[in-house]
Design a binder for this molecule. Structure first.
Ligand code: ATP
Length: 267
């Protein structure tokens, strides 16, 4: 599409809902309030509430910040534009002005839109050789952010796992007005995440989600996804070893009845 400048997911291709994101209760609740403001502007009007222009999601890697942003976009029936803070610095060399401007123009022309900026902490001027470039890009980005009106249906969502490393200019009023934590999942959230990732698979009756969650303390949603994928792959390897080279219909029957157990996942 844009030659790797930024990624666009048109609204009709967004396939993540809030239900697909386990835990993150507070962030989900707040994001749904914004949805309310866009769908039923009257509610905001009555209270003279203003829609946020920017939302900052912060928390450890792999906890669902990207997913939440996509789910918010889907809920708002918005096109999803995404860029990465460190890509802007490394890949956009010399073209950042043009690229940023075209990103914001496209998002405005195709509103409602969500512009997702991952790793926004990369856009923190450091005392090194990239200092000047970073300062320039940050000021361009701020200029673009200031130039959008949230009432026009463009919302910026930034993600970071280093909330203390954000250029303070981003945090001024009218920029990232809302900050939402996307924490490590607690036990209840881990159970939900296991449900989400195991759902629709050939499961043993009475999977022990409590046990899975207890054994997964400290892991992220991305970790759980990885565990489930590895477990499914192990199962396939195991079944393949039992199968003859010519696979018959009855071999396939056996495969269909082979279920995943709690122990398979824990392995
Ligand atoms: P990063 O900060 O590294 O970009 P992130 O917080 O944006 O991470 P995602 O990219 O949204 O995390 O998560 C990666 C994958 O891990 C998701 O596609 C999803 O499959 C799984 N995952 C992460 N968090 C959750 C969650 N809360 N519920 C369900 N799945 C999750």
């Amino acid at each position: 599409g844009e030659g790797g400048k930024f990624e666009v997911i048109p609204r009709e291709f967004l396939d993540i809902d809030f239900e697909d994101v386990g835990g993150c209760r507070e962030a989900k609740e707040q994001l749904m309030l914004i949805d309310l403001g866009i769908r039923f502007p009257k509610i905001y009007e009555v209270y003279k509430a203003e829609l946020p222009r920017g939302i900052l999601l912060y928390g450890p890697p792999g906890t669902g910040k990207t997913m939440l942003s996509k789910a918010a976009a889907k809920e708002l029936d918005a096109n999803f534009y995404s860029i990465n803070g460190s890509d802007i610095l490394s890949k956009w060399y010399g073209e950042s002005e043009k690229n940023l401007n075209s990103l914001f123009e496209k998002a405005k022309d195709n509103s409602p839109s969500v512009i997702f900026i991952d790793e926004i902490d990369a856009l923190m001027p450091q005392r090194d050789t990239s200092h000047e470039v970073t300062v320039r890009i940050v000021s361009l980005l701020l200029q673009e952010m200031d130039g959008i009106e949230s009432t026009k249906g463009v919302i910026i969502m930034g993600a970071t796992n280093r909330p203390n490393h954000i250029d303070p200019a981003f945090l001024r009023p009218g920029r990232f007005d809302l900050k939402m934590e996307v924490p490590l999942p607690d036990e209840k959230a881990l159970q939900d995440i296991y449900h989400i990732h195991l759902n629709g698979r050939n499961l043993e009756e009475g999977m022990d989600y409590e046990k899975l969650a207890k054994a997964s303390k400290g892991l992220t949603g991305a970790d759980v996804k990885g565990i489930v994928n590895a477990c499914v792959f192990n199962k396939i390897v195991k079944l393949r070893k039992q199968m003859p080279d010519v696979i018959t219909r009855s071999d396939l029957k056996d495969i269909e009845t082979e279920t995943l157990t709690t122990d398979d996942v824990l392995k």
